[in-house]
Ligand binder design. Structure first.
Ligand code: ATP
Ligand code: MG
Length: 295
């Protein structure tokens, strides 16, 4: 991989307004890569002993991919999404979003980066309960000082897309859990981000509502030409994503899911035991996966 600048990265789409020294063209050799994580380490020092969550974690995400991240509670899934969104800083290692090196962003630049590039859906939606659905969805646009008529028109359109045109003037606190999660999807997408990060977006919903919200997410992924990474404990949902990664002992491992939703071998394991009659593999090999079976 070349680290030579082939162009002025600060003039790249999405990098306007960033200081040139905040931009490192590390992925200039492959335009289809949207996100690259290299040798990520995250360590917390709040307890008696340091807690090392990741050490040497790598990940390459290509534009248009839909990726499920699974893993045990406490494995670090939410922490990883925070690092990808520049909500938190790694202890070591680098995260590149297209030509932007997140490591050099100031707090203000990181906020601008998130507002432009990232749609974030939280497990607990974090809507403002005393504001209407429309106001909640318009909020990220108002934060970037977009005029109110245009911000509200875009918010209304997104609420229509998620099927909530009849609820625009409801206070967020008056909506059902599934409706609140639809509003938070609309809020995440109103700024037309390139990357959608969703942390257990269906985690608090019953099966039927979870299915409806995930179906909506799948549709929006396509219509908004998104790259999406979602954390889930639901293997049925993971199975429907183009690629599934398991976060285990600080590294991401490619997993193949059988049509039943049960987990197959990792990339490495699958290569070793080429085919398994009677168990159709619904996942194909993923471009960008390295030869060690990690992502
Ligand atoms: N700010 C922090 N300071 C210290 N430890 C933290 C901090 N944030 C998270 N941790 C610890 O890091 C570990 C991973 O947390 P994280 O929330 O990323 O897990 P997770 O995989 O998302 O789990 P879950 O599936 O339960 O949501 C946990 O053991 C948690 O206690
Ligand atoms: Mg979590």
């Amino acid at each position: 991989m070349t680290r030579q600048a082939s162009h002025d990265p600060a003039s790249s789409p999405g990098n306007e307004g960033l200081e040139p020294e905040c931009v490192q063209p590390a992925v200039a050799d492959d335009d289809s890569v949207l996100l690259r994580v290299e040798n990520l380490r995250k360590e917390y020092r709040s307890g008696l002993q340091p807690l090392v969550l990741f050490d040497g974690l790598n990940l390459t995400v290509r534009q248009g991919e839909m990726i499920a991240i699974v893993g045990e509670s406490g494995a670090g899934k939410s922490t990883l999404l925070h690092l990808l969104a520049a909500l938190d800083r790694p202890s070591a290692g680098d995260v590149y979003f297209a030509a932007t090196w997140l490591g050099k962003l100031t707090a203000g630049e990181a906020a601008t980066f998130r507002n432009r590039e990232i749609g974030y859906v939280w497990q607990l939606h974090y809507l403002l309960p005393e504001f209407t659905a429309l106001e909640n969805v318009a909020m990220p646009l108002l934060a970037r000082e977009e005029p109110k008529p245009s911000a509200f028109a875009k918010a209304r359109e997104l609420l229509r897309e998620v099927g909530l045109e009849a609820r625009v003037h409801h206070l967020a606190g008056e909506l059902s859990g599934g409706e609140q999660q639809r509003v938070s999807l609309a809020r995440a997408l109103v700024t037309q981000p390139r990357l959608l990060l969703a942390d257990e977006p269906t985690g608090n919903l019953d099966n039927r509502t979870a299915e409806a919200v995930f179906g909506l997410l799948e549709r929006l992924h396509t219509t908004h030409r998104l790259t999406s990474i979602l954390v889930t404990h639901n293997m049925e949902i993971a199975k429907r994503c183009g690629r599934t990664l398991r976060l285990h002992e600080g590294r991401l491992h490619e997993v193949w899911l059988h049509s039943s939703g049960s987990e197959g071998a990792s990339a490495e394991g699958r290569a070793a035991s080429s085919d398994t009659p009677g168990h159709p593999i619904v996942r194909t090999a993923v471009p960008g996966a390295n030869r060690t079976g990690t992502a």
